[in-house]
Structures are given as C-alpha cells and as structure tokens.
Design a binder for this molecule. Structure first.
Ligand SMILES: [Zn+2]
Ligand SMILES: [Zn+2]
Ligand SMILES: [Zn+2]
Length: 205
C-alpha cells in the first residue's frame, strides 16, 4: 500500500514509530465500526471531497491515503478527480487530467519531511495550502475554500519508482502544481504559477 511504500522508502521515517501507531489506530477504528455502512458514514465528513471514493473510501481512510489526485494539463495544478465534474480550471472550464494517479497521505503527523495543512478546495477541486491566514486565489473566484482531509505531503526526500518530485507551492494562488516543465501552467492570480518552498515528492499508484 502506498502509505507503507512511502514510509519504507524513507529510512528516516522508519526510525519514527509514530506513523505506525497512527496507522494501527486507524485500522482499529475502521475495524471497530463493523459494518460497511458505518465505515461509509464515518468517511462522510472527512471524505467530504470524495463522493465517488465513498465505497473504496473506507479502505482509503483506514490507510490514510486518498487516490484520484491528478495533474491538470491546462493549469499544471493538482486536482481531485473523484467527482463526476472536474472543478474550475484557471485555463477555462474544468481541469483535464493526465499522468499518474496520485495517492496522497492524510491525517498523519507532520514530520521534518512532510508538511500538513494541504487541503481540497470545494470550489475549484484543487489542492492548496491552508496554513496562512488567507487562502490564496481560487479560479472560481476569491479565495480557496477548504474541506475534507488534512493532507500531509512528503517533501525533500529522494523520488522513487512510485513517487514524483517537482511538485511545488505557488505563492500567488497557494495551489500545488507541477514545476517539472519549462513553463509553469496557468495561475488563477494571473499568468503562470510562481515557485516557493519545499520540493514535494508525491506517491502514486
Ligand atoms: Zn486545471
Ligand atoms: Zn479553489
Ligand atoms: Zn498559482
């Protein structure tokens, strides 16, 4: 599973027992709920974002990862593709997905190489950083609006065959986007995204 893969590939974090404890607790919780219906209900508010993920959601939340996060070919942003519609793209219309199916960790402790406060935006379906007093710029207008899981994104660790680096924070819109091309996509605050902060290394399925 993605969660274990990431941890196993990071020798530093193997030294930290915290994550396994959390995983164990999460699994116990899910098991304790008993019925699929109960698990689905529990996934409700947290899974906010993932309507479609609702059935696999039980499993997804138990292992503290959510899949269906994709790269958008128009804006280069990371967005959630688990709904029938694809949010609002700064490039116009909904986002267009391509590439890997990212399986992103959430609801685990922050570490020196994993940053929390990354959230789903209910207006544009993008991933944005929620750690500032304001919430950047949303392609759907005004600031982003957070819901769902608290994603904890690995950064500044070696990429592997199952993870991709070059995912960066944009200080103009607060979005997460792919910085691996010569151009930087389309920013809702105008022109292309800018770059700052960590080099995120994101696991995919
Ligand atoms: Zn887009
Ligand atoms: Zn937004
Ligand atoms: Zn931007």
């Amino acid at each position: 599973m993605g969660f274990l893969t990431v941890r196993d590939e990071d020798p530093q974090s193997q030294a930290r027992p915290g994550r396994r404890d959390v995983l164990t607790r999460a699994l116990s919780l899910a098991a304790g709920l008993g019925t699929a219906a109960a698990i689905g209900a529990a996934a409700g508010p947290a899974a906010a974002s993932p309507a479609k993920t609702a059935s696999p959601a039980g499993a997804a939340s138990a292992r503290a990862n959510q899949a269906d996060w994709r790269f958008c070919t128009k804006c280069y942003g990371m967005f959630f593709r688990g709904y029938p519609t694809d949010g609002a793209c700064p490039g116009g219309g909904g986002h267009d997905s391509a590439g890997y199916d990212f399986n992103l960790p959430h609801s685990i402790p922050e570490t020196p190489t994993a940053q929390h406060n990354w959230r789903f935006c209910t207006k544009c379906y993008g991933m944005f950083f929620w750690g500032y007093p304001d919430n950047g710029r949303c392609p759907a207008g005004n600031a982003h609006a957070a819901a769902g899981y608290d994603f904890v994104l690995p950064h500044d660790i070696p990429a592997t065959a199952k993870s991709q680096r070059n995912w960066r924070f944009c200080p103009k819109c607060y979005g997460l986007y792919f910085y691996g091309y010569p151009t930087n996509g389309r920013c809702p605050a105008g022109d292309a995204h800018s770059v700052a902060g960590y080099d995120f290394v994101l696991p995919f399925l």
